[in-house]
Design a protein around this ligand. Structure first.
Ligand code: SF4
Ligand code: FES
Length: 248
């Protein structure tokens, strides 16, 4: 495949940034989107040009690093798919592809397509954990969990912290991310000890980081590569209300 890429280039957070156009040739349709970028970067390096900075790690859809906007969609055109698992066969030969970083004030651009998502780390550090000593692995039947709760917790735990929900939301809200983390732990016995304080702290940190409010548009759910459900936001609102009643 031969493609034209319009890629956002920005030297650092203070640089204005602009699109640069590149022609890439002989791309296999079996390559992932990131592998296509690897080919382009090798070409840029061999010419002595600055390679395009982009985040990646696992390349298996589990770490949430490979975040970028592709043709106006978070993680590209495929539903429920991360950029690293997006294959070039989903594009047409000769197509022009526009690639941009996440655009949200809480995720400032570091360079090119790389944004600073430390705000998510600070939200997790404020309460997205259990501090009980879980000891050695116990027999599975020692702590019975209702099947529906186990399934819902498992689905919420699929969130990879990529930030597509924030980037897709016109308010740059982080509610889907925070709700996935709060729901997962609220549904499990291990999460009960810090349940009240967790939701209060995580929502407080989310607000302090400058993320916008949720107006239930649903763009977050539509663009989430792990198809995290909006129902988690209902759970978060319920948890937050109950926590405020207990801790007025
Ligand atoms: S809710 Fe979805 S889009 Fe948001 S951080 Fe988690 S996996 Fe990414
Ligand atoms: S590189 Fe890890 S999810 Fe894409």
């Amino acid at each position: 495949m031969n493609l034209t890429l319009k890629v956002w280039r920005q030297k650092n957070a203070n640089d204005k940034g602009s699109f640069a156009t590149y022609n890439v040739k002989d791309i296999s349709e079996d390559m992932s989107f990131l592998e296509m970028f690897d080919v382009l970067n090798e070409e840029l390096i061999s010419k002595g040009d600055d390679p395009i900075a982009f985040d990646h790690d696992c390349r298996e859809g589990i770490c949430g690093m490979c975040s970028m906007y592709i043709n106006g969609r978070a993680h590209g055109p495929m539903q429920g798919t991360t950029t690293c698992q997006l294959h070039m066969r989903k594009f047409k030969d000769g197509e022009t592809i526009v690639v941009e970083p996440w655009r949200a004030s809480s995720f400032p651009v570091i360079k090119d397509l790389v944004v600073d998502r430390a705000a998510f780390d600070r939200i997790i550090a404020s309460g997205g954990f259990v501090s009980v000593n879980t000891g050695n692995a116990k027999d599975a039947n020692n702590i019975p969990v209702n099947k529906d709760d186990a399934d819902a917790a498992f689905a919420a735990a699929a969130c990879i912290g990529c930030g597509a929900c924030v980037a897709a939301c016109k308010n740059s809200s982080a509610m889907l991310f925070v709700s996935a983390k709060v729901s997962q732990l609220a549904l499990l016995p291990q999460g009960q000890i810090e349940r009240t304080q967790r939701v209060l702290n995580m929502v407080k940190q989310m607000d302090e980081e400058g993320f916008g409010s949720c107006t239930v548009i649903g763009a977050c759910e539509a663009e989430c590569p792990k198809e995290i459900s909006l129902e988690n936001i209902s759970t978060l609102n319920r948890e937050y209300m109950m926590a405020n009643l207990k801790n007025p």
